[in-house]
Design a protein around this ligand. Structure first.
Ligand code: ATP
Ligand code: MG
Length: 287
């Protein structure tokens, strides 16, 4: 799949509105990508097992989206082949009182994956330049005035960019997905959640409230993505009106990220090899 079409590595000319929500690269159905998806999932699992054994690099995968874009489903599907030992999923909700008494990156830092692991952020510190920007929540923070003037969001873009550079320089590879749905798709999915009893639990009236700020969110995503896309920590704008396509595309991107890391099972030294031979001899004798 041509994943570069969806990759953003800098602010130059980036316009979210140029990105389609319904692109499927010409694929016409779930079936047409199923085989590739399964193959990707297997290969990702294999590479993850090497990543874990090697224990050098960590991978941080960030999912951001409007409600009902399919974050949870995408995470479950794409990671389903991977050994649960090697993956941690962390959801970022409204900050608790304790979290609010710290700087906004604190809770994210605590949740960062250790070397050898894949950490998935279902929402992330990007909320602190998205919902926080849309509703000016920073005004309510108990911080010195200089920390919540009108430039606070701009400063946070800079901080996030520096933070992600810091991660890279310390062996943590970051990849960011924005699941891009249309307003109409969100409307349909909300209606489905209301009409289908088994999906009622997924619906909250807060979702309708946030939907009214759709344009403000698009603007906030536009600015945040433009300001924080880099070669090292790119954003991928995933067309998400068709869930089957977004999952296949995400699996392709992850596979590329893992291949680039190119983890290897550790090899053993001559001394260790000698030790293994010796142990084998002893164990065989016992028979
Ligand atoms: P789902 O709806 O699929 O269960 P979700 O990620 O939308 O998943 P919710 O519990 O519905 O989870 O919503 C979490 C809410 O918390 C979102 O509206 C998000 O914007 C909000 N949130 C996350 N981080 C922050 C933050 N730092 N400040 C304020 N609100 C935040
Ligand atoms: Mg929600």
């Amino acid at each position: 799949m041509k994943i570069n079409k969806f990759k953003v590595t800098g602010s130059d000319g980036f316009k979210l509105s140029d990105f389609s929500t319904k692109d499927t690269l010409g694929f016409e159905s779930r079936e047409s990508v199923q085989e590739a998806l399964e193959k990707n999932i297997l290969e990702i699992a294999e590479l993850q097992s090497k990543l874990y054994a090697e224990g050098k690099t960590a991978v941080l995968i960030i999912f951001q989206a409007m409600d009902a874009a399919g974050k949870d489903g995408a995470i479950n599907h794409v990671m389903r082949g991977v050994n649960t030992q090697g993956v941690d999923v962390h959801s970022f909700k409204q900050p608790s009182a304790e979290e609010l008494s710290h700087d906004y990156l604190w809770r994210a830092v605590k949740a960062l994956p250790e070397r050898g692991k894949i950490g998935i952020f279902n929402r992330s510190y990007y909320e602190d330049v998205l919902i926080v920007k849309v509703h000016k929540l920073y005004e309510k923070l108990n911080v010195p005035d200089r920390c919540k003037d009108k430039d606070v969001i701009k400063r946070r873009y800079k901080q996030i960019k520096q933070f992600e550079d810091y991660l890279w320089e310390n062996g943590i590879v970051t990849v960011k997905f924005f699941l891009n749905i249309s307003k109409e798709t969100q409307r349909k999915r909300f209606l489905e959640r209301i009409d289908n009893k088994d999906k009622n639990w997924k619906f909250s009236d807060a979702d309708i409230k946030e939907r009214q700020f759709w344009d403000d969110y698009q603007e906030a995503y536009q600015s945040a993505i433009a300001a924080t896309s880099t070669e090292r920590s790119p954003w991928y704008i995933i067309p998400a009106d068709k869930k089957w396509f977004s999952r296949a595309l995400i699996s392709n991107v992850l596979l590329e990220v893992m291949r680039d890391i190119d983890p290897k099972y550790p090899t053993i030294s001559a001394k260790q090899e000698e030790m293994l031979k010796d142990s084998k001899k002893k164990l065989t004798k016992e028979e």
